[in-house]
Design a protein. Structure first.
Length: 376
């Protein structure tokens, strides 16, 4: 049996690596993806292109503008002189925010009135707009507190006599709140799923197209030996890709890995059993490589969207949240982020690992039975 499986393994590796383009897909594409996600995909909002429309042009208005521009969030690219410029910049998406200070701002502060400014935000991207408003509110709170403190010092000579409450925050697991640390580990799950789905489904369908599947059927190879020989090479490639992406993430992007690497590898094996099973199932449905590729992406994109990789599952409708329990990517993302960022061990992650184990056994069994039936 082992000799027959070994022969199929050698045949599959030769078939995979004889095409230079396939080598690029297996090894170069994952590196490109992790670079793209590491550098380009980020939810951090910094250097917001901002226009300043200061109609008051006083010392107080300039101090307030300095509070915005000296922060790492707002980048003053334009200084406006009329309302038309403001409208044009927003319409053309050249700025994301406009800070407008009307006449009388400084006078209101000096007379003890509530001074108002206007912040116009491009709400096309609602998430970015919400973050911009949050940053602006914090800057205004700090500026208002400084005005109140100066006024109190002048009137009472002592500001320390006023009781106050100070909030001190601390972020666990990702101290600097860098979105890169959140996304890069998830790239491992995406790459492993995409590569193994494509290779498994298309390799078996290719055998059907060129007619070699019939030669395998009439050979003395048993069906379970054929399945093992077909799936094991892709499992090895998936593990190698996972290790490559992990290495790039840790060495190049400085993403911490605080957990056990062996636990990461064993979890990846469980995850591979689900993706290989789905790929095998797709191969039983498709008759051509085009059908296999379309079916793969038909499964892949919803799996990514319903995994929690980009959008929190808790914000999804209840019905969709229940559907996500059928998605292996959901469980593997929890494991990856737990091992990388939190240093979680088996006692914390065993529910997700158990879910992957059950799903892997179920999907592989169903796919193998259907594959054997098609061979028969």
């Amino acid at each position: 049996m082992f000799e027959r499986i070994k022969s199929i393994l050698i045949k599959e590796f030769i078939q995979i690596f004889r095409d230079p383009r396939m080598k690029a897909v297996i090894f170069v594409m994952p590196m490109i993806q992790v670079m793209v996600f590491g550098y380009a995909v980020t939810t951090d909002v910094k250097d917001i292109p901002t226009a300043i429309y200061d109609l008051d042009n006083s010392q107080d208005s300039r101090n307030l503008i300095r509070e915005f521009t000296y922060s790492k969030y707002f980048d003053a690219k334009y200084y406006l002189s009329n309302d038309e410029e403001q409208r044009v910049l927003i319409d053309k998406s050249q700025v994301s925010a406009v800070i407008r200070i009307n006449r009388g701002f400084a006078q209101d502060i000096k007379s003890g009135k509530t001074a108002q400014i206007q912040l116009i935000v491009d709400g096309t991207d609602s998430n970015t707009a919400s973050v911009i408003l949050s940053y602006a509110n914090k800057i205004m709170e700090r500026y208002s507190a400084s005005i109140l403190g100066n006024r109190a010092k002048i009137m009472l000579k002592k500001v320390d006599e006023f009781p106050k409450v100070e909030l001190r925050t601390r972020s666990w697991f990702n101290a600097n709140l860098e979105s890169r640390n959140f996304y890069v580990p998830g790239v491992i799950a995406l790459i492993v799923m995409l590569i193994t789905l494509l290779l498994t489904s298309m390799a078996i369908v290719r055998e059907k197209e060129i007619g070699t599947i019939e030669q395998l059927i009439v050979s003395p190879i048993k069906s379970h030996e054929l399945i093992l020989g077909k799936l094991l090479p892709f499992a090895v490639i998936g593990l190698v890709d996972a290790l490559l992406v992990t290495l790039v993430g840790v060495v190049w992007f400085k993403v911490p890995i605080r957990g056990n690497v062996l636990l990461l590898l064993s979890s990846t094996v469980l995850y591979l059993s689900t993706t290989l099973g789905v790929g095998l199932f797709i191969s039983t449905l498709a008759n051509t490589q085009q059908e296999a590729m379309m079916s793969t992406f038909f499964f892949y994109f919803p799996a990514v969207l319903l995994s929690g990789f980009m959008f929190p599952i808790a914000n999804m409708p209840k019905l969709i949240q229940y559907i996500t329990y059928l998605n292996p990517l959901r469980y593997f993302l929890v494991i990856l982020r737990g091992i990388f960022l939190k240093g979680s061990d088996f006692h914390i992650l065993w529910p997700q690992m158990l879910a992957l184990l059950v799903m892997g056994i179920t999907i592989l069994t169903m796919s193998s039975l259907r594959f054997q039936k098609r061979l028969g």
